[in-house]
Design a protein around this ligand. Structure first.
Ligand code: TNX
Length: 543
């Protein structure tokens, strides 16, 4: 039995120490024997579905006599445990001590252990061993531990059982879970350019995404309607270009301090921020701020409409590349993640040769600042380095070009993965140029074989973009993103064999208490038999 726990030496000492505490707590008072009704770990509402679940049909009693300990040798584990304790407090009100030697009466322990065992796959993999007395979470890195505690959060009951003992108890089903992601890149995108979203809004979105093991947030920071990131060497970008948004509202932008705050918050959730500066098209806001950029001698007007494809940088002007160099440098300096997204979509008024010349030059600038370039699928027409990444949204032909060049592809097919598409004809927000995407359509497709000629080895992962032409506040963001985003988390984390709509929709229905507790204004689609949802779909559909 012991061998199954895969604990390293230091871990073993701490467990031993915890056991001693447990025993000493029992010497004065007899340890309570709790008779749990049979529970089945495999029936829990975990999303994304873990790779392997072996139930043992008893329960661990989470209560005020539970304490959390971690490996101390590896950095980050203590913080992951603090994060868990904080979330347990939010859900149950319990205040569980973390790595405290004088934790008082401790009957049961949660131990977050760093292991080097190859049984735990990759840096995000983890194993959970839940017995009546202990929960042991094994991970090779704090990142894996962080993914594992999301699973644990999901299997803590919403309400306590107050009849099993004198104190309230949250019974957690026993068994073993081994888990690791199918795709390394599991993302959402937020368009903060068409409408601006505050740092607080972005943080709430990060909270929700992290619970479902999403590990990338791509921020679409610039477009025709607004420039949203402070560039110190070109201050008018935000002074002028940041002043508008779609529909005549007031715009806004992130100072570099704000952006760093988002990046740090994301990092605490083991999430990478990918900045996007969309170019050479989608650049009206930049050219209004600095008319030299468009090269046509005219100062454009600020734009608050929703048409695309009318703006371009002058791709043959040195000043334009000096400008881009400054922008990429300043943003890269405050972006620890490996990627820089250059947009590159819908440059309808840029000549093809100019477009290709431009993308190739910008790729070199991105590389100069130590980043890997990502571009929307049109960039695959250029001659690019194999390390750059093509972001498929529309053109299979472009995705195939990328594969031929040995590049990785991110999948965001507009017909399946666009969060701004309406659910159906009654949807309150969204567009439908690509498709209507009800919750089942969003889930029932196979990224592994979706784009012809794009094999699984070429797929970096799945991303669900949320364009914001039709939404301007967090409630509206949540209406479009949830519940569909929860399905995309399973599509990118769980393997094909582990995905099944009939099974998923029951687990999804059971997310209602969590979403309600987080005050998420999700679209309570009538296709789902929501568990005690406080939102009726009728209330939030069009009349
Ligand atoms: C297409 S997808 C766009 C965006 C729009 C979106 C609306 C892509 C790379 N470009 O500019 O916001 O459609 O659904």
């Amino acid at each position: 039995m012991k061998n199954h726990f895969l604990i390293n030496k230091q871990g073993a000492w701490i467990i031993l120490f915890a056991m001693v505490l447990t025993i000493s707590s029992c010497t004065g008072e007899k340890k309570q024997v709790i008779n749990f009704p049979a529970t089945d770990l495999a029936m829990e509402n975990m999303i994304p579905k873990p790779t392997k679940i072996i139930p043992t049909n008893s329960a661990f009693g989470l209560d005020q006599f539970t304490a959390i300990y971690t490996s101390q040798s590896e950095s980050g584990f203590n913080e992951v445990a603090e994060f868990l304790s904080d979330k347990i407090q939010g859900k149950t009100g319990l205040n569980l001590p973390v790595n405290q030697s004088d934790a008082g009466t401790v009957d049961r322990v949660i131990y977050i252990n760093k292991t080097d065992s190859t049984e735990v796959a990759g840096s995000e993999g983890y194993q959970l061993y839940i017995t009546k007395d202990s929960i042991i979470l094994n991970a090779r890195s704090s990142e894996g531990a962080f993914r594992g505690i999301q699973t644990l959060r999901q299997i803590i009951p919403e309400v306590s059982n107050d009849t099993l003992a004198e104190q309230p108890i949250w019974p957690i089903p026993t068994g073993k879970i081994s888990d690791n992601p199918n795709f390394e890149y599991r993302a959402s995108m937020l368009d903060v350019a068409r409408h601006f979203f505050s740092v607080e809004d972005v943080k709430k979105y990060i909270d929700l995404l992290a619970y479902y093991k999403i590990n990338v947030l791509h921020l679409h920071l610039t477009d025709d309607q607004g420039w949203r990131i402070e560039i110190k060497s070109w201050p008018k970008l935000t002074e002028i270009g940041g002043s508008t948004e779609v529909g005549g509202e007031s715009g806004g932008f992130y100072t570099q301090e704000d952006y760093k705050d988002i990046v740090a918050y994301a990092a605490k959730h083991y999430m990478t921020i990918i900045p996007e500066v969309d170019m050479p098209g989608h650049t009206n806001a930049a050219s209004v701020s600095y008319p030299i950029l468009n090269g046509n001698g005219k100062t454009p007007e600020l734009y608050e409409g929703t048409h695309v494809g009318f703006s371009t940088f002058d791709t043959r002007k040195d000043t334009v590349y000096a400008f881009i160099d400054d922008v990429v440098r300043e943003i890269s300096e405050i972006t620890p993640g490996p990627y820089f997204h250059i947009g590159g979509d819908e440059s309808h008024v840029t000549k093809k040769n100019d477009y290709i010349y431009f993308v190739q030059k910008v790729e070199k600038i991105v590389q100069k600042y130590g980043k890997r370039m990502i571009g929307w699928d049109e960039v695959a027409q250029a001659n690019l380095d194999g390390s750059s990444v093509v972001h498929f949204w529309n053109s299979e032909e472009n995705a195939n070009k990328a594969v031929e060049k040995g590049m990785k592809v991110i999948l965001s097919p507009a017909t399946k993965a666009y969060l701004d598409m309406e659910y159906d004809t009654l949807s309150k927000f969204g567009l439908h140029w690509a498709a209507y995407i009800p919750v089942d359509t969003a889930y029932i497709w196979t990224p592994e074989s979706f784009a012809k000629g794009v094999p699984q080895e070429s797929i970096l992962g799945v991303e669900a973009p949320l364009w914001s032409e039709t939404i301007s506040n967090i409630d509206e963001l949540e209406y479009l993103a949830f519940p569909r985003m929860i399905g995309y988390s399973e599509l990118s984390w769980s393997t094909e064999e582990n995905r099944n709509w009939d099974n998923f929709k029951v687990r999804l229905a059971n997310q209602a208490p969590f979403l309600d507790r987080m005050d998420v204004k999700y679209y309570a689609s009538p296709k789902i038999d929501w568990k005690e949802s406080k939102y009726s779909y009728k209330e939030i559909s069009k009349d």
